[in-house]
Structure formats: structure tokens, C-alpha cells
Design a binder for this molecule. Sequence first.
Ligand SMILES: Cc1ncc(COP(=O)(O)O)c(C=O)c1O
Length: 420
Amino acid sequence: MTAVNLQDDVALSSLARGLVGSEILKIAGEIRTLVERGRDICNLTVGDFAPKEFRIPYKLNDLIADALAAGETNYPPSDGVKELRQAVVRFYENALGLTYPIESTLIAGGARPVIFAAYAAVVDPGDRVIYPTPSWNNNHYTYLVGGKAVELVVGPETNFLPTAELLRPLVRDARLLCINSPLNPTGTVMSRDEVERIARLVVDENSRRRARDERPLFLLWDQIYWMLTFGESRHYAPAQLVPESTQYTILVDGISKAFAATGLRVGWSIAPPPITSRMRDILGHVGAWAPRPEQVAVAKFLGMAPEIESFHEHMIRELQLRLDLLYDGFESMRSEGLPVRAIAPQGAIYLSAQFQLAGRSNEEIRKLLLDEAGFAVVPFQAFGSKKEDGWFRLSAGAVSPADIEAGLRRVRETLLKVAR
Ligand SMILES: Cc1ncc(COP(=O)(O)O)c(C=O)c1O
């Protein structure tokens, strides 16, 4: 009997054949192998935390242990345990002044499942999906649902953020507009005015459509990093500034980044109830629920404002310390005439830096920094960018200040060699 050839792509569905895996995880895997072989590397690649640098809140840790001990180990309800859905509603009421019915909430195993469910719930094959590049994974989700990608290429002049003015010509036939702020990969934060203008744009476009009985435009608003802003930067959600936008918005959030809890897998969405219930049904077939003990624990933890505040005081200070070290390091190299610049950190766990080495592709620059300086970064290509313009994401959650200082010294020596 001849064996079926599973090596060959013909064995796969066309969806599986066409899918591009995570470029970030590929680079991260390469770095892990080098570290295992003993290389000293300042690893700024994964959008994650090293528990040695950033622990989850101790209180949350204890609450999870309590929930396990109490036998909270069976299936959770498919839209999430009621206490957590209620806690999310209360949390937004207190923190953002927003009021949502509990039916608008959906709990899942991190933000990824609710993002996928949002795409699957509103985008038909061929529907237009607008997103800025660089941005995180919208290209992959659009592919998965067969949407037609409408990429808005943004650059440093807008801090890599989309603006209402740039989006206005694109919204007319679109089904979904995807926005993330604070932004992965750039660490920049959308201004209050721009959030308001974009929310208004979505409402106006939908008023036009309602008059013609056309299907609505939805806003996928991913605010997974919203609790992590620095200095003067503040996060605003569209519903705070343009309440009518709520009926068109699918808001995505969770504990992964805000509480350094990427491995706990608790995320949620807030959307109009009829959308939420379909998203719940889509995810129900995948079983992408958040683990029950974590849900029970997070429900309690979200109500503990003083614990959350003191956790964030520490976390934000530590993140800002690392991002400022990187930013100041590059600025000082720039003032020496070396070909590098960065955007001052505003939020999330990232810094954008540009290595202006003319004649070298981003992949060549990445390799140079890795091989010569043990400095591991991710090019904006991993976020859908097609430009070979030397921009990279540096993620600060898995490194110590000492790792950064040593890495920067090696980068300086490398740039001195290649740029002079
Ligand atoms: C912008 C953005 N949204 C969502 C996610 C996914 O979060 P989770 O780990 O909760 O699935 C990430 C993770 O990197 C992200 O950067």
C-alpha cells in the first residue's frame, strides 16, 4: 500500500496552503535556538513578558489558585462566566465611564479568538476590510475569512497611526475598519481628537448607509494595551467621545498585556448583542473559551481597583524605564551622527526604531544587528509593511535594563563599523 503523501501541499485545503504563519514567532524561534546554544542576545522580538521581569499580579495568582481549589474546573458557559461578564461591565463603567448591557460582553481564551470571531461574524468573502500597515495580524485574519484587504500605508509622519482624513476615501464600500491603539508594533497612541474624528467618520458613513438600507460598516477597536500608556499619553475609546459609535463597534480587550498575563488566556469583546451572540456561537464550535478558574479569578480581580492601580504603577514604571533606555540610547547615537532614530514611547510595550542603512534590506539589517550585535528585533514586514525602509519593532517585556544597556553598546559599535 502506498502511503498518502502528506509532505506535498496538495494534501492540504487551499485555505491551509495559502496561510502565512506568524513571522514574529518564526524570528522568535530562531532567537530561542541561538540563546539555547549560549549566545548572549538582547531579545526584543516577542510581544510577551519574561516572568522574571514582569510577573502577573500576586493577587491574581492567588485568586486562580483559590478557584482551582474550589473546584472551578468544568466547562464555562460559552459566553463566559456571568461574574466575569458583570465585572467587565463594571470595570469599564468605573475606568472609562462607559455603560454596556451584559449581553454585549463575550469572554474568550484571549483577544485572538474574539478578533477572529469578529471578522467571521461580519465579513463575507470579498468584503473589504480596511486596516493600516504596519499593524498586527489584520492581514492574516482578513485572509482567513476571505476578505479583500484594503491596506492604508502609514508612516512616521502620523506616528504610524491612521487618521480620519486618510481613511475617509476608503470607507465607502468597506465592511470592517480595524484599529488598534496603543499600537502594536509602534508603541504610539492615537490622540483624543483623532479617535473622535474616526468614530464620527464611522457613524456618518453608517447614517448614509441606513438611508439606503445598506449593510453597516463596523469598527474593530482593539484596545488590548490601553492600560499601558506613558507620560502625557492617554487612551480614549470611541464610545467615550461619540456614544452613537457603540452600535457599530466591536471592542476587543483582555488581560494578556495589561496584567503581563499572556499565558492565562482571558480576553473579551464588547459588541452589539446580536453580533456578540453570533461571535459566541462561532467560538463555541472552536471551544476557544477562557479557562474557568482564570475567569472566576479575573472576575474578582477586576473589582480590586487599588491592587490594579499599584500593579500598574510598578509595571508602567518598569516598562517605561526599558523603553526610555532604548529611546535615549538611539537618540544619543543619532546625535553622534549614527544612522538611527526612534519614536518616543507613548504606550504598549514597544518602541519603533529606524536603522537608516541605505542599500540594505530590512532582513539584512535584522541579520546584521543579530549576528554582529546580538540585538534581536522584528522588521515592520512582520506587520504587513512592504517598505524596505529600516523600521523595526523593539519589544521591552522580556529584557532587563542591563540587557538593554549591553545590547545598545554592541549596536553602537556595529553602527560605528558599518556607517563610517
Ligand atoms: C494588538 C493586539 N491585539 C491582540 C493581541 C492578542 O492578544 P491575546 O494574547 O490576548 O490573544 C495582541 C498580541 O500580541 C496584539 O498585539
